[in-house]
Ligand binder design. Structure first.
Ligand SMILES: NC(=O)c1ccc[n+]([C@@H]2O[C@H](COP(=O)([O-])OP(=O)(O)OC[C@H]3O[C@@H](n4cnc5c(N)ncnc54)[C@H](O)[C@@H]3O)[C@@H](O)[C@H]2O)c1
Ligand SMILES: O=C(O)C[C@H](O)C(=O)O
Ligand SMILES: [Mg+2]
Length: 491
């Protein structure tokens, strides 16, 4: 496809090159395979990764999206078939951030798969062995990262769709060594925070009221925990109180409400586990329905990967919310894995809700000319700006402060009029403009943290002297745009 066609028609094409169609492609990838795109590093390539990286034909690489295929959307372990995700994310980088398509690199780390069906599939393209674990696994990722940053010291690496344990562990391991981030933990958190701040405004409250929002998060994986961590940081920033920042947040996983009584409580979930004494009438492992009935939340946010967990009973219980405009974020992907459909949300929870989903749904016609607006709460609103901002600032690392700046920029993009209509995010048609603004705020945060080393001829001092408007101009001018020579020259 011509890149200009993609850029000019991004709203129509995003659901094809990206979520949800990319999920279907990954599920059927070995059967659909025609030609390779990107690079595959197998566990058997250990010791060879440096020469492999130096064999990549493009002299410069700006953006790399890397997966090990272990948690592809809500579809589970798809082994090497997960390469569709880095390809789709990088197509978005080209369309949304104007990253030169010759400088992108989709990468698959093939460390085996635990998907029995794939292991038995004669067409499966990857290693036919269980996944590497422990130190063996980490040494493979280490070797890859060292090789990448030796050849391209100013590249940005985005980790995508890693199962939770490796998502957190690799983020901690590399975030202060390399310019990298984990999109499922950090990108999702930023987009959700922008949506949560928009929800406060939509509910007719002042932003300072955010710490009082009662938020029930369903799914304690990399995405759900990422969202809560960032929301807690935002509350702590507003109130100056770190310790009690999580008190209005409730977290559930497949075993129900997480409390301090949970046996083998995951340390990553521990900061959000409720003290049983604190929550009268709710026990360890309480069901989602019990929690919604008791808490009467302002927001119900799903990152469980399980389609339909916001069932009719749960949605009806949300009618008792203390908020006149409760919000439902059914963020799991692809469409089949959404916690509820848009139509069901408006039907069962009422017409005055605010609704967002990770995968696109059509707006819902409510009758009498009224429209139930569907937002797409997807990390695609932020990762292009984070990548571009980091690249153009020459950031050494990507910090929490840069993410906060990105989320606040996205949140402030919306006018009061839009917010009143339940519109929390801008149209994807303006994704280049959004990315320029987000990229500029990330760049300025990098400068403020003295992490900006400059890019090309533009040094750190030049960056520091740019006004806000000049920074947006600089970012926009550095977006690649396709210009095609006409086949027939006009006389
Ligand atoms: N919209 C977005 O931008 C976005 C971003 C990242 C992830 N996601 C989606 O979020 C989902 C989860 O991703 P993840 O990386 O956190 O996965 P994960 O596997 O790390 O976590 C899933 C969590 O859901 C819990 N869970 C499973 N069944 C449940 C149930 N019936 N009720 C309550 N909780 C249940 C699990 O216990 C686990 O805590 C995926 O579908 C993914 O596509 C969306
Ligand atoms: O890929 C997406 O659409 C969003 C997110 O990164 C996910 O894993 O679901
Ligand atoms: Mg993802």
């Amino acid at each position: 496809m011509l890149v200009s066609v993609l850029i000019d028609n991004i709203k129509d094409f995003a659901p094809i090159i990206y979520t949800p169609t990319v999920g279907l492609v990954c599920q059927n990838y070995s059967g659909l395979f025609r030609r390779p795109r990107g690079m595959y590093f197998s566990a058997k390539d250990k010791g060879e990764m440096m020469s492999m990286i130096y064999n990549w034909p493009s002299e410069k690489v700006d953006m790399i999206v890397l997966t090990d295929g272990s948690r592809i959307l809500g579809l589970g372990d798809l082994g090497v078939q997960g390469i569709g995700i880095p390809i789709g994310k990088l197509d978005m980088y080209v369309a949304a951030a104007g990253i030169n398509p010759q400088r992108i690199l989709p990468v698959m780390l093939d460390v085996g798969t635990n998907n029995q069906k794939l292991l038995e599939d004669p067409l499966y393209l990857g290693l036919r062995q269980p996944r590497f674990e422990g130190e063996e696994y980490l040494s493979i990722v280490d070797e890859f990262m060292e090789a990448v940053f030796t050849r391209w010291p100013k590249a940005i690496v985005q980790f995508e769709d890693f199962q939770m344990k490796w998502a957190f562990e690799t983020l901690e391991r590399y975030r202060k060594r390399f310019c990298m981030f984990n999109d499922d933990i950090q990108g999702t958190a930023g987009v959700a925070l922008a949506g949560l701040l928009g929800t406060v405004r939509a509910q007719g409250r002042s932003l300072a009221d955010f710490p009082n929002q009662k938020i029930v998060v369903v799914g304690a994986g990399s995405a759900g925990l990422g969202v809560l961590s960032m929301a807690v940081q935002a509350v702590a920033k507003m109130t100056g109180k770190g310790k009690t920042a999580a008190q209005n947040f409730f977290l559930l996983d497949k075993d129900g409400l997480i409390t301090k009584e949970r046996k083998s409580l995951d340390p990553a979930a521990a900061p959000f586990a409720k003290d049983p004494g604190q929550i009268v009438g709710l026990r360890e492992g309480a069901s989602l329905l019990e929690v919604v009935k008791k808490v009467k939340p302002d927001v119900l946010l799903g990152l469980s990967g399980v389609g339909g967990v916001f069932n009719e009973e749960v949605l009806k219980a949300l009618r008792e919310s203390e908020s006149s405009k409760p919000a439902i974020f059914a963020m799991s992907n692809p469409t089949m894995n959404a916690e509820c459909t848009a139509a069901d949300a408006f039907k069962h929870a009422g017409e005055n809700i605010v609704f967002a989903s990770g995968s696109p749904f059509e707006n819902v016609l409510l009758g009498n000319g009224k429209v139930g607006y569907v937002n797409q709460a997807n990390n695609m609103y932020l990762f292009p700006g984070i990548g571009l901002g980091a690249l153009l600032s020459g950031a050494r690392f990507i910090t929490d402060r840069m993410w906060q700046a990105a989320a606040e920029c996205l949140a402030s993009y919306m006018t009061d009029e839009e917010i009143q209509k339940g519109i929390l995010y801008p149209s994807i048609n303006s994704i280049r403009h959004i990315t320029a603004e987000v990229g500029a705020s990330v760049l300025r945060a990098a400068v403020a943290e003295e992490l900006a080393e400059g890019h090309g001829d533009v040094g750190p001092k030049d960056l520091a002297h740019m006004s806000k408007e000049e920074t947006v101009g600089y970012v926009s001018r550095n977006m690649w745009f396709p210009i095609y020579s006409p086949l027939v020259h006009e006389k």
